[in-house]
Every structure is written in structure tokens, then in C-alpha cells.
Design a protein around this ligand. Structure first.
Ligand code: PHE
Length: 339
């Protein structure tokens, strides 16, 4: 009997099956009521008493091994079934989550598109700049507060190297390298040393514009800005220019648009004035043209600059600036656009 068990054990260790039917046949052969193992169990009562312990243990081992082997083969078949299902080429693809464009990118592209149609090309420049391009060439007096440590990030150990505080530095680089006619917009990120709150951040985004040619006047500036405001905020939008001051423009102005929340009647958003400020502008100061190698007796020009966050806040009524840089996908997914 022991030899018979050993022989079956060896057989069981090497069982193979290529499909479910073959496996079922093996199960019947070894494990069913009429199978080989049950037949041995039936013979067990004829085993002499002194051998019962040894034979009983071997018989149990055989039964366990046969069960293990057959369920292992069964599992292998089930896995293969799953693999085959994975390979079903007619199955619908898994859904892929598509990203959405950042609201600031959507609005920046919209601003760029409007000015592109008006004949402006895009100019780019470095975010880490020197003092000359950010301040000196832009007619900032030596003691102008914008140069103060509170506003500007300096690169340690290089007091002349700074993070640009506005994209006017790109205008400077363009004037330096080109003669008029110049008609560019400069989109980009700028940095200011401000405490972060719902309405200020240490970095934000600007689009600045520059047009230099013979006989450019303030009327041209006003017309281009009106066109921009009406394309961006709707055809009924009105604009208003208030006198202001920038070192690089003379005369300078700040532009407001009619508040589209209350339709000009006055609300919390426009602080009950009916107007909201959106950009700074003016005629390029002759000193700036000269500093950058352009003859101010022959040419005149205008410049304007706006914050992309501000325009986005107005368009989408985002109350807290910090939302733009927190990477909260619940917020970002709200903005779907083909732009
Ligand atoms: N450079 C100005 C700023 O950053 C914006 C501006 C650009 C104003 C051009 C007037 C003309 O605040």
C-alpha cells in the first residue's frame, strides 16, 4: 500500500492540464468518490494496526497534495481567462481624464488673440533681469520707491540682478534691438515682494503693449484700448481714462471699464462707483526712447500694461487671487475652453 501511495504522490506532483475539461477529468480520476484516493481510503481498514499510523499520514499527505495541485491548476486557468479578456480588442477604452487649461492661460490667450488681430506680435524676455532693463532704461529715478527692497526681489550677492517687477523690461529689450515701427505685446510672469493675501501675491502675470512709429498719438492708444475692452468684456463696455503717473510714460493714465456686474449703477464689486480699474497706459516718455536708442524727435509711441489675474477676476468673478496658484483641481476643472 505504501508503494502505491508513493507512486500516486509522484503522479500528482506532475499533473498538467491544457484546458478545463482535462482538469475536470483529473479531478474525477483522483479526488471524486470513485477516484484513486478514495479507493485507497477504502483499503485502509485492511492495513495492519502497527502500520496504520504511518500509512494514515502518507494517505493524508497524498490527499492534500492532490487537492492543492488541482486547485493551483484551476487558478492558473482562471488567470488565463482574465488575460484573454484584457486582450479583447473590441472592448471600450478606459476613460482618460483630460486636463483643462489654467484660467490665467485661457485669459492670457484671449488677450493675445485680440491684440494679434490688431497687428501686435508677441515678444518674450527673461524673468531674471538686470536693473538697467527693469528700471534705469525705463526712466526710474535712482530713489524711486519701486526700487525699494519692499517691492523688488534681489538675487543675493548680485544687487544688479533682480526678478523683473514688470514686463516693461521686455519692451526695453525690443527697443534696444529694433528700430520703429515696433508693435509688440509682452506677456509674462512678474515678481513683487508683497505679503500674500486674497488680493496680492508675490508673483503675478502681465501683458504689456508697445507701439512706436511716426505720428503715434494718444487717440490711437484710446482707440486700441476701447477695441480691446469691448472684445474682452462685451460690445456695451465703456472705458474711462484717469490721469496717473508712471516714470516711463508722459502723459500717463489709468483705464477703468464700466462695471458689468451692476451695469454701472454701483455695487460692492466696483465700490459703488460704476467703474473698475483694469490697466495703466500712456505715451512713452521721450527719455525712455532715447535711453533705448530711438530718436524721440522722429518717433512717438504709446504703452500699456495690465495684470492677467485682474482681468480674470473680472471675467470669472474669482474673489481670492491665491486660488490661481493652489493647484486645486476642483477649482481648475471649472474652466473648460478650446483656447
Ligand atoms: N509697467 C507698469 C506696471 O507694471 C504698467 C504700465 C505699462 C503702465 C505701460 C503704463 C504703460 O505697473
Amino acid at each position: 500500500m505504501l508503494t502505491k501511495i508513493e507512486q500516486l504522490l509522484a503522479e500528482v506532483e506532475n499533473l498538467t492540464a491544457t484546458n478545463a475539461e482535462e482538469l475536470e477529468a483529473l479531478r474525477i480520476k483522483y479526488l471524486s468518490k470513485k477516484g484513486a484516493i478514495n479507493a485507497l481510503m477504502a483499503d485502509f481498514r485492511n492495513v495492519p494496526a502497527e502500520q496504520k499510523k504511518e500509512v494514515g499520514m502518507k494517505l493524508n499527505e497524498l490527499k492534500n497534495r492532490a487537492q492543492e495541485r488541482i486547485s493551483a491548476l484551476k487558478e492558473a486557468f482562471e488567470c488565463m481567462d482574465n488575460d484573454a479578456a484584457e486582450l479583447d480588442l473590441t472592448r471600450t477604452a478606459y476613460p482618460v481624464n483630460l486636463g483643462t487649461r489654467h484660467p490665467l492661460t485661457i485669459v492670457r490667450n484671449e488677450i493675445i488673440n485680440i491684440f494679434n488681430r490688431l497687428g501686435f506680435t508677441i515678444a518674450d524676455g527673461p524673468e531674471v533681469e538686470d536693473d538697467w532693463h527693469v528700471f534705469s532704461s525705463m526712466n526710474f529715478p535712482e530713489d524711486h520707491p519701486a526700487r525699494d527692497m519692499q517691492d523688488t526681489f534681489f538675487i543675493e550677492s548680485h544687487p544688479d540682478i533682480i526678478l523683473r517687477t514688470h514686463t516693461s523690461s521686455v519692451q526695453s529689450r525690443i527697443m534696444e534691438a529694433n528700430q520703429p515701427p515696433i508693435r509688440v505685446i509682452c506677456p509674462g510672469r512678474v515678481y513683487r515682494n508683497e505679503a500674500i493675501s486674497y488680493r496680492a501675491h508675490c508673483f503675478f502675470h502681465q501683458v504689456e503693449g508697445l507701439y512706436i512709429d511716426k505720428n503715434v498719438s494718444f487717440t490711437d492708444l484710446k482707440q486700441v484700448l476701447l477695441q480691446f475692452a469691448q472684445e474682452m468684456f462685451g460690445p456695451d463696455t465703456k472705458i474711462r481714462l484717469r490721469p496717473s503717473y508712471f516714470p516711463f510714460t508722459e502723459p500717463s493714465a489709468e483705464m477703468d471699464i464700466s462695471c458689468d456686474i451692476c451695469g454701472g449703477k454701483g455695487c460692492n464689486f466696483c465700490k459703488h462707483t460704476g467703474w473698475v480699474e483694469i490697466l495703466g497706459c500712456g505715451m512713452v516718455d521721450p527719455a525712455v526712447l532715447e535711453s533705448n536708442g530711438i530718436d524721440s524727435k522722429v518717433y512717438t509711441g504709446y504703452a500699456f500694461g495690465m495684470g492677467v489675474e485682474r482681468i480674470t477676476n473680472l471675467k470669472y468673478k474669482v474673489k481670492d487671487l491665491r486660488m490661481f496658484s493652489e493647484n486645486d483641481t476642483r477649482f481648475l476643472e471649472e474652466f473648460e475652453s478650446a483656447n
